[in-house]
Ligand binder design. Structure first.
Ligand SMILES: [Fe+2]
Length: 247
């Protein structure tokens, strides 16, 4: 065997060794990456579970607050939940993407009524000018109450502006048209629909069909005409089903 051939064999052997080492290293790296990927999947899974739990407790807190407001008023019953359901249905018909926290705004819209005395809130007779002014403060008081709750940012807009009118004649800021936040415009219609179709101490409830005529007449007045048009695509029995589902 020539020196040259022996040298060639040495080189091949050393290359094989080198290759085997590289393969072992690559396999070890792959195993490590697989471990990282598995860890990451587990972290994501835990994170998702935590955020679902957090959302559930947010909703429970919001409902507790909304129920505390409604518990004072035997006549409104599940008004907040009905209005939230109607509002989401109308938003869906208008192809408006509603952030989950906007639903919290729907549920909490009248939270500011905690500042209205019982004698005024439940007065069976017409309110004096002064009493009316007190009631009309509830959107501002409500947004004040929620001021420091960060996760309710968009919800606060609904609370503050749910009594604005499309024609600018509402309160508290007399906003008009598209200056009123879109979700507050949707909510205003849902709120009126439930008010009209619910019995109050001073008047009987009217049917969804009768309410439709009144709401239609307010397109461009109290309500955004585009939201009225979206509402018109939702049949009366869809609202009735939502109401009965919450009864
Ligand atoms: Fe209100």
């Amino acid at each position: 065997m020539s020196t040259r051939t022996a040298h060639g064999k040495d080189t091949v052997a050393s290359l094989r060794l080198q290759l085997a080492r590289l393969e072992r290293e690559a396999a070890a790296r792959q195993r490590q990456l697989e471990r990282y990927a598995a860890d990451l999947r587990e972290v994501f899974k835990q994170e998702r579970i935590r955020s679902q739990q957090l959302r559930r407790s947010y909703k429970a807190t919001v409902l507790a607050l909304a129920n505390a407001v409604e518990a004072r008023d035997a006549y409104t019953g599940r008004h907040a939940q009905r209005v939230a359901a109607y509002g989401l249905r109308i938003a869906h018909a208008a192809a408006i993407e509603v952030d989950p926290q906007v639903e919290f705004g729907f549920l909490l819209h009248d939270v500011g009524k905690v500042a209205v005395p019982d004698a005024v809130l439940f007065k069976p007779a017409p309110l004096s000018e002064q009493e009316r002014a007190l009631v009309r403060r509830h959107p501002e008081v409500g947004s004040e109450i929620l001021r420091h709750i960060d996760f309710l940012d968009e919800a606060k807009e609904v609370v503050r502006h749910h009594h604005e009118r499309w024609d600018g004649g509402g309160y508290p800021d007399r906003l008009a048209g598209e200056a009123i936040p879109l979700t507050a415009r949707v909510f205003a219609l849902a709120d009126a629909l439930d008010a009209l179709t619910s019995e109050r101490p001073y008047r009987a409830a009217i049917s969804f069909a009768e309410a439709r005529g009144l709401i239609r007449a307010e397109a461009g007045g109290q309500f955004d005409p585009a939201i009225v048009a979206a509402y018109e695509t939702v049949p009366d029995n869809a609202f009735a089903q939502l109401r009965d589902g919450l009864a």
